[in-house]
Write a protein that binds this ligand. Structure first.
Ligand code: DO4
Ligand code: MG
Length: 304
């Protein structure tokens, strides 16, 4: 089952179940369902989320063509929103061998000694960092940010896990862990500033329930950057190359750390964009993940 959120002028946020090329409006204030996060909070498992959403879909009266929602956000027109408003977004780091090699090569120690990224990759405990809140998260077609004090902000295309009550995996979406690599390279302790800023995370276009995704470690993921009408970068990876399992990462995240329902955990990147393709104002980033869809966002340089 695919869930989404969308905006309708005069009505505000709506909850949708995607059925082929249409979206069923399953918003139900009477049932306490005003958002996908509400739906997640009422269900203890992905199976329960599916059956609850199916029941709401059977009772839905309004159908909207997906194509009419898949456009730039505007208060005057219906449009997609992020598939949920995550109270917290977390990121996992150095979960692919390629990212370990890349990060090591770009620190002062690269190639000569064993550096922190080698230790992170090999450690039993994963690297987990606080990434964003709902207000810093962009939905489909909404602008993503590049800090004014960064000249090397990169897209990090990732599989993202949606966590429910008691750490249950409810489903998956696409995550873009935008990162100011120049700030992080200057000093690893600057990591929070390299990761957290306005529009630092994007997710969508839909949340696909765990049952429908099946094995999250067998999905093709690709990323394209478009500039002035032509594609300047294209890269891909399969999530089978991820060293850690989603359940393992969520297990570590929830250790002594109660995560509110709807928390998103972005699982790390295996697509390392070369420095010459640092994001610029006006670029458009497209990330496609098998079984989920394509997340498209324009890039805006932040002021101040
Ligand atoms: O340690 C830096 C962050 C790494 C990261 O975000 C990733 O591997 O995706
Ligand atoms: Mg990342």
């Amino acid at each position: 089952m695919k869930l989404c959120q969308f905006f309708v002028p005069g009505k505000g946020k709506r909850v949708g179940v995607v059925a082929g090329d249409t979206v069923l409006d399953v918003t139900s204030p009477r049932a306490g369902i005003a958002s996908v996060t509400d739906l997640i909070a009422t269900c203890g498992s992905a199976a329960r989320l599916e059956s609850r959403a199916q029941a709401l879909a059977r009772a839905a009266r309004t159908r909207i063509p997906w194509a009419s929602l898949d456009r730039a956000p505007s208060p005057r027109q219906s449009h997609l929103l992020a598939p949920l408003d995550p109270p917290e977004v977390w990121g996992a780091g150095i979960t692919y061998r390629r990212s370990r090699e890349y990060y090591e090569a770009h620190t002062g120690e690269g190639g000569r000694t064993k550096g922190i990224y080698d230790f992170v990759y090999e450690s039993e405990r994963p690297e987990l960092f606080f990434k964003a809140t709902a207000a810093r998260t962009a939905g489909p077609n909404a602008p993503i940010g590049v800090r004014a004090d960064s000249t090397l902000t990169a897209v990090e295309a990732e599989l993202a896990v949606v966590v429910g009550r008691s750490g249950a995996i409810m489903g998956y979406t696409i995550g873009n862990d935008l990162s100011a690599w120049d700030i992080e390279r200057a000093n690893p302790l600057f990591l929070p500033q390299s990761k957290v800023f306005d529009g630092c995370f994007a997710c969508g276009p839909v949340l696909v329930t765990a049952g429908e995704v099946g094995d999250p470690h067998a999905l093709e993921l690709s990323c394209t950057i478009h500039r002035e009408g032509r594609s300047i970068f294209r890269g891909g990876v399969n999530t089978k190359e991820m060293k850690r399992q989603c359940a393992e990462l969520v297990g570590w995240l929830c250790r002594g750390n109660t995560c509110p329902p709807g928390t998103v955990l972005s699982t790390g990147t295996g697509i390392l964009v070369p420095d010459e393709h640092a994001l610029a104002d006006g670029d458009v980033v497209e990330i496609t993940l098998e079984r989920i869809g394509t997340l498209r966002n324009p890039v805006r340089r932040l002021k101040g």
